[in-house]
Write a new protein. Structure first.
Length: 314
């Protein structure tokens, strides 16, 4: 990353002190941390994934690792299209059509310089170093189990009672306060949290800053005292993002559904916690688990399975 021109630092500092740079109270512009983003598809996915359906915002996607910022105007719109409205209510003959749009915008030079100042501050404070968390096997034995939301909650509550949580929170608090001072509204600003499990699986996660803002008030109104209170109350919402296990299974949990028709997975045994957890989640999503024995374990193929159209036993 290039060093920041001293004159720019002075200018930005004066602007911040004068109050000329303010967070958007209406929250129509947000920033997203995406340190793995490299391709156009990565940046587009991060920008679209930041919005709920029927939202439109200006989004800055920031890769702090090799520093790149891209600004987009994003509209997210998914429309349910039904082939037969009379039958669709009971038979499920509807599907979602994506009418979302994303347009690349020019990032003002002074805004880019602000991001450089923020990035240097965060890197100097070792903000993005992975934070490793060992999960008690008596609580959860496999990362696959966290596909069930209730187990995610249990694991996070367990970790927030551990001394390591205080260390992580102090690092996050400093970075969060700095972004508030600079007028940025980040949905995600987080070190990489890595939850490790007894079966050698892992689940990466990040702190969902926007969820915290929903409990703490508008971003522009959060003060230093309020940020501290958020930590005292243990209000840190953790979003689990990417699962990896020892069988070379990789799962992107940022998708709308973690499992889908056509997925292929490998496991050691039908008796192991990871396979059992995957199968339970598949059943919730009306997916049929087709398995085949191999020399090293089993291979699994998921297929759509709905009782009103194609029974699971066919």
């Amino acid at each position: 990353m290039k060093s920041v021109n001293f004159a720019w630092l002075i200018l930005i500092a004066l602007l911040l002190m004068s109050g000329s740079i303010q967070a958007n109270v209406f929250n129509t512009q947000i920033s997203i941390q995406c340190n793995h983003c490299g391709t156009d598809a990565d940046f587009h996915h991060a920008a679209l994934n930041a919005l709920q359906d029927r939202e439109q915002k200006q989004i800055d996607v920031v890769n702090f690792s090799h520093f790149e910022v891209r600004r987009f105007d994003v509209k997210k719109l998914e429309v349910e299209v039904c082939s037969d409205y009379r039958r669709s209510a009971t038979k499920g003959y509807c599907e979602l059509s994506d009418y979302s749009t994303i347009k690349r915008l020019t990032l003002p030079h002074i805004v880019r310089e602000q991001y450089i100042v923020l990035a240097e501050y965060l890197l100097q404070h070792d903000f993005f170093s992975p934070f490793n968390i060992q999960v008690d096997p008596n609580l959860v034995a496999s990362a696959w189990t966290l596909l069930q939301d209730k187990y995610q909650t249990q694991v996070v509550k367990m970790w927030q009672q551990d001394a390591s949580f205080t260390s992580l929170y102090q690092r996050w608090q400093a970075g969060k306060f700095m972004t508030n001072q600079m007028g940025f509204t980040f949905k995600h600003l987080s070190p990489n949290l890595v939850f490790h499990f007894a079966d050698q699986s892992r689940f990466d996660a990040i702190i969902d800053t926007q969820a915290i803002n929903a409990t703490g008030g508008d971003e522009a109104a959060i003060t230093a005292a309020e940020v501290t209170r958020l930590g005292v109350d243990n209000i840190l919402n953790v979003e689990f993002t990417y699962l990896n296990d020892k069988h070379a299974n990789h799962l992107d949990a940022t998708q709308a559904e973690p499992l889908d028709d056509g997925d292929l997975w490998s496991f050691r045994s039908v008796d192991d916690a990871d396979f059992i957890a995957m199968k339970q989640k598949a059943a919730q999503l009306s997916l049929q688990v087709l398995q085949q024995d191999t020399a090293t374990g089993i291979k699994v193929n998921l297929s759509a399975c709905k009782a009103d159209s194609r029974p699971c036993n066919q």
